[in-house]
Design a protein around this ligand. Structure first.
Ligand code: HEM
Length: 139
């Protein structure tokens, strides 16, 4: 059965989003193995961190204290293209759960943060940005 659309952001709404998004991540052929490798055991600490993160971003609660860039730089097997998939899955989850204006707000924030993570992980001063592969078919 479909849950009612969430019209108001709250800590509880963020908890529901985080649970649903990472349930979908764990079913995703491409993203699941990256996460399974980085989080081989209990997922609860990661989910708690992500609740704090989105609460800080969307509700300016200041609950998240961490360094996402450093964490992501240490991950094994991540490719630039995977960010498109992560963002599509995140947006799809938000649109399934939230009123359109809230889903749109999540999308803007997620895209902005993804851009800085991508730059931190993949930008090289001696190579074109975005990489030429990413431009294929766009010109
Ligand atoms: C290809 C895309 C991505 C992959 C494969 C990925 C994967 C991961 C993994 C495996 C972790 C757990 C790291 C650990 O505990 O050692 C993690 C943590 C995290 N991710 Fe991502 N991520 C991606 C994109 C994003 C994006 C776009 C955001 C934000 C909009 C984000 C926000 C975070 C945050 C806040 C943490 C917690 C960092 C901490 O421990 O303080 N990630 N990510």
């Amino acid at each position: 059965m479909q849950s009612p659309v969430i019209e108001q952001l709250s800590e509880e709404a963020i908890t529901r989003l985080v649970n649903e998004f990472y349930a979908r991540i764990r079913r995703d052929d491409v993203l699941a193995p990256i996460f399974a490798h980085a989080i081989p055991g209990d997922w609860e600490p990661h989910l708690q961190i992500m609740r704090n993160f989105w609460s800080s971003v969307m509700l300016t609660s200041g609950r998240y204290k961490g360094n996402p860039v450093a964490k992501h730089k240490r991950l094994e097997g991540v490719e630039l293209d995977m960010f498109k998939r992560w963002l599509a899955l995140f947006d799809e989850t938000c649109r399934d759960m939230f009123a359109p204006a809230i889903a749109a707000e999540f999308k803007v924030k997620a895209e902005r943060i993804a851009e800085s993570l991508k730059l931190a992980m993949f930008y090289r001063p001696d190579r074109p940005w975005p990489p030429q592969d990413a431009l294929k078919g766009m010109t």
